[in-house]
Design a protein around this ligand. Structure first.
Ligand code: UT7
Length: 326
């Protein structure tokens, strides 16, 4: 039997048009009697702007153009897709899944479609799941999407979190291939740290009870993120029999430029091998990695044959890495 691997054959992304600069956030927060500054946000995070979806625009609405662009890049039609995995923590509804709603918007039916909930590691989790299903022979042409409307769960009275996040969607088409493609994946979680990054409202009888906005102990998340991004990268390289020197691109979760550059330095990678979009997108949670990948593919940095490390880290606490030849 031909050995079965998976390979990314197309990427796509979509940002809602409403862009808020740091200056816009300063004005927005000043209206609530809260002080922040462009200097603070840039110095501590590297973020200069983020995009917010308009009222009524949902995660599946953002996912649709991203998915269509990825399909177009892969030379595929929606009818060719036999698996849809959507990573999101801001789904359209309690249920059905955002993946099912997206499937309907794509105008197709029948193939399995489900959501993955691993917060900012969600896309890496979804990609690893789709890779495993393709290698097992359960799918041949998967759409894997990260999509978020994090603006809906932000507390605009909490300056320590609301300036950090944005909305957007990124997608890839992952297809069965005789050659890899995806070289190795690694997923982790440690639920003991659930409280350091969470939206603790509970769903009861279809209603959200309690506190439905994001809470984060930024310093605790920062400390954990720096350690796990390095260890996951080394571990996935080891699994694939590769070394740091083989990496053409590092595309980590886009939360904070200091964490991203710290990871690159620990891996002894020159900073020009780090793809950073956090300056223009902010932290888009599960969408951040596929958004950054699509930007780097479309601007010609990531080219066929390049070796790319994707890394996620976030609430749960969750983290993971996928190493691939593009
Ligand atoms: O997506 C999942 C992964 N998430 C992450 O990776 C986030 C990880 N954490 C971080 O990126 C950083 O911890 C933050 C960006 C969230 C915070 O940066 P920090 O360097 O850890 O700042 P801090 O929390 O220690 O706060 C320093 C000061 C505080 O003032 P005092 O107590 O020293 O007087 C804050 O009140 O900065 C103040 N501060 C702000 N000042 C102006 C916090 N937020 C703001 C703000 N504007 N927006």
């Amino acid at each position: 039997m031909t050995p079965r691997h998976s390979r990314i054959t197309g990427t796509g992304s979509h940002l809602p048009p409403r862009r808020l600069s740091n200056a816009d956030m300063v004005t927005l927060l000043a209206g609530r009697g809260i002080e922040t500054s462009d200097d603070w946000i840039v110095e501590r995070t590297g973020i200069r702007a983020r995009h917010f979806a308009d009222d009524g625009v949902s995660a599946s609405d953002l996912a649709l153009p991203a998915a269509r662009r990825a399909l177009e890049a892969a030379g595929r039609r929606a009818e060719d897709v036999d698996l849809i995995v959507v990573a999101t923590s801001t789904p359209d509804m309690v249920f059905p899944s955002t993946a099912c709603l997206l499937q309907a918007k794509l105008g197709v039916h029948g193939c399995p479609a489900f959501d993955v909930q691993a917060v900012c590691s969600g896309f890496v989790y979804g990609l690893a799941v789709a890779d495993a299903m393709i290698r097992a022979g359960s799918a041949r042409c998967a759409l894997v999407i990260g999509t978020e409307v994090f603006s809906r769960i932000l507390d605009f009275d909490d300056r320590t979190t609301c300036v950090l996040f944005g909305d957007g969607a990124g997608a890839v088409v992952l297809e069965a291939s005789a050659t890899p493609g995806i070289l190795a994946c690694e997923l982790h979680a440690d639920g003991r740290h659930a409280g350091i990054l969470c939206t603790p409202g509970t769903v009861s009888g279809g209603r959200v009870l309690g506190d439905p906005v994001l809470k984060m102990d930024g310093q605790a998340v920062f400390r954990l993120a720096v350690g796990v991004l390095e260890s996951a990268a080394r571990s996935v390289l080891g699994k694939a029999g590769r070394t740091e020197a083989d990496l053409d691109w590092l595309i980590p979760h886009q939360a904070n430029i200091r964490i991203m550059q710290g990871t690159a330095r620990k891996l002894k990678l020159p900073l020009d091998k780090l793809v950073a979009t956090v300056d223009e997108h902010g932290n888009t949670s599960a969408a951040s990695v596929p958004l950054a990948l699509d930007v780097a593919v479309r601007d010609g940095r990531v080219r066929p044959g390049d070796t790319v490390m994707l890394e996620g880290v976030g609430g749960g606490f969750t983290w993971g890495a996928v190493l691939l030849d593009f």
